[in-house]
Design a protein around this ligand. Structure first.
Ligand SMILES: O=c1[nH]c(=O)c2ncn([C@@H]3O[C@H](COP(=O)(O)OP(=O)(O)OP(=O)(O)O)[C@@H](O)[C@H]3O)c2[nH]1
Ligand SMILES: [Mg+2]
Length: 197
């Protein structure tokens, strides 16, 4: 089976990448699967693209092979785009999904239903030795619920209701999330390249 390194230490993302790539007969190997422990990559970029490139390029250089990295987040209109680039550590370090959810719900408590629009963004960077890094971006539109529901997925899934649905992303079956998510929409743009592996 072909393999590809995905430069992530996020268990939720790693699980989804494994599921996505299995359909291409490719085994996705996350940084959590590697025998040696890989130092955290500091995300000093000012955009999702910069952070995704930082992660993909550093790991591609270390292993001299093609590497995919994902920088993603939740963008909420009523919070002027926050948590955005800082979605992982919105409530501070170490990252804690529940604390992040609590902070968003607290900041959104007085926001009326019609103003609770939000979207997930996923930027994939593909770094290959000797080649320019390329990018694919996917979105998933929706809105922020007033409380959290469901226990599938990860991150902010329990408070995000995808457009066209009346349940949160965390209430959806994982296979369903993988059909509509920002990650899926970004990976769909990779299809041609994945067949070249
Ligand atoms: O509910 C969610 N469903 C998703 O599908 C999703 N995708 C991203 N996120 C949030 O955005 C942060 C990414 O930050 P991020 O791209 O820096 O990843 P990370 O730091 O968790 O791991 P790594 O990939 O950098 O190793 C994550 O921690 C989450 O809070 C999601 N939340
Ligand atoms: Mg990160």
């Amino acid at each position: 089976m072909k393999k590809i390194i995905v430069a992530t230490k996020n268990k939720g993302k790693a699980k989804e990448f494994k599921e996505f790539f299995a359909s291409f007969d490719i085994q996705a190997i996350s940084l959590l699967d590697l025998p040696e422990s890989i130092p955290d990559i500091e995300e000093t970029g000012t955009t999702f693209e910069e952070n995704a490139a930082l992660k993909a390029e550093q790991i591609s250089e270390r292993f001299n092979t093609a590497v995919i990295a994902d920088d993603s987040g939740l963008i909420i209109d009523a919070l002027n785009g926050r948590p955005g680039l800082f979605s992982a550590r919105y409530a501070g370090e170490p990252t804690n999904d529940q604390a992040n959810i609590d902070k968003v719900l607290q900041e959104m408590q007085d926001v009326p239903d019609q103003d609770r629009h939000a979207r997930f963004i996923c930027v994939l960077a593909i770094a290959q030795p000797g080649e320019e890094t390329t990018f694919n971006t996917g979105y998933c539109e929706g809105y922020i619920h007033r409380n959290q529901k469901g226990d599938h997925g990860f991150g902010y899934d329990p408070i995000f209701i995808p457009k066209g649905y009346d349940v949160t992303m965390a209430e959806l079956d994982p296979d369903k999330k993988n059909q509509i998510s920002h990650r899926k929409n970004a990976i769909d743009q990779l299809e041609k390249w994945l067949h070249t592996l």
